[in-house]
Design a protein around this ligand. Structure first.
Ligand SMILES: O=C(O)CCC(=O)C(=O)O
Ligand SMILES: [Fe+2]
Length: 286
């Protein structure tokens, strides 16, 4: 019996609703969205429409029920052979992981029912660092991840994630999963987000399930993402494979047996492509 349908919310401190009619504007009626934005995050959507940034993001990462197939291959503790996928367990130092988890839980997830938050940096064209606008602790997290990944990744992949002169603004999406919750299989929207996605796991582990997008999920592989691990999706792994998290309370992990899930928070850093900060149909602005 799957857990009850969750309501998806984007919320920050300011409580300033940006798209108050999103939840009732003919979009997916199973989701009730309250969209607001962190006070430190600089982002100005121009309008709401059925293909707004928020709707596309929410449908791209639907925190909802979906049909699972019955493949039950165990998760592994090492990265599957998917080109462009890189995985480092235990990358984030314990103290920093603790601090970030604590801060985000208190700041963003203290209200019941909130399970997803989006934060936005500013575009490089503004002359600011792309992470300006993100909370200092998330900037510190990103900079630590950059330093530590430099020792782990091929230089060209590291440069994709952390270019010396960034072109785009950063987006950070925070997802909170209580045991039994998941995220539907999806490819992060290619038109909205650039290549090079960094996912940090905090608080608890869970298995992530990958399928080749073309094959309709025929062959699934699972990777167990422990707390403090970092996952990188680039190239084929980013564009040609779906990723998702099944709604389970425990994961079967090769060599380990069942691992119970606790409350997990993920922080995913993506690049906002040009135009992704303008939502709605340009014709509506005449
Ligand atoms: O929780 C995760 O690690 C994945 C989140 C994700 O895929 C997304 O928000 O697009
Ligand atoms: Fe995703």
């Amino acid at each position: 019996m799957p857990p009850p349908q969750k309501h998806l919310r984007y919320q920050g401190d300011s409580d300033s609703e940006l798209n108050s009619n999103v939840g009732s504007g003919g979009l997916n009626p199973r989701k009730k969205l309250k969209i607001s934005i962190d006070e430190d995050s600089i982002f100005s959507p121009a309008a709401d429409s059925p293909d707004s940034l928020f709707d596309e993001i929410s449908s791209s990462s639907a925190r909802s029920d979906w049909d699972e197939d019955c493949d039950d291959s165990p998760a592994t503790l090492h990265a599957p052979a998917i080109p462009g996928l890189f995985f480092v367990p235990s990358l984030i130092p314990h103290e920093l992981a603790h601090q970030v988890n604590d801060f985000c839980m208190r700041k963003y997830f203290s209200k019941p029912g909130v399970n997803q938050i989006m934060l936005f940096g500013v575009a490089a064209s503004s002359g600011c660092a792309p992470t300006s606008g993100l909370p200092p602790l998330l900037r510190e997290l990103l900079s630590t991840v950059s330093d530590l990944l430099a020792l782990e990744l091929p230089p060209e992949v590291h440069a994709l994630l952390f270019p010396p002169s960034p072109t785009y603004a950063r987006q950070a999406i925070l997802n909170l999963y209580r045991p039994g919750e998941g995220i539907a299989p999806h490819v992060d929207l290619p038109a909205r987000f650039g290549d090079g996605i960094v996912g940090v796991s905090l608080g608890s582990g869970c298995a992530m399930r990958f399928t080749e997008a073309e094959t309709d999920g025929a062959e699934a592989v699972r990777l167990f993402l422990p707390a403090q691990s970092v996952l990188v999706l680039s190239g084929e792994a980013r564009y040609g494979w779906t990723h998702g998290i099944e709604q389970r309370t425990a994961d079967f992990v090769k060599g380990e047996g069942m691992i119970e899930r606790g409350t997990r928070m993920s922080i995913t850093f993506r690049w906002l492509l040009p135009g992704a900060d303008v939502v709605g149909d340009p014709d509506d602005f005449h």
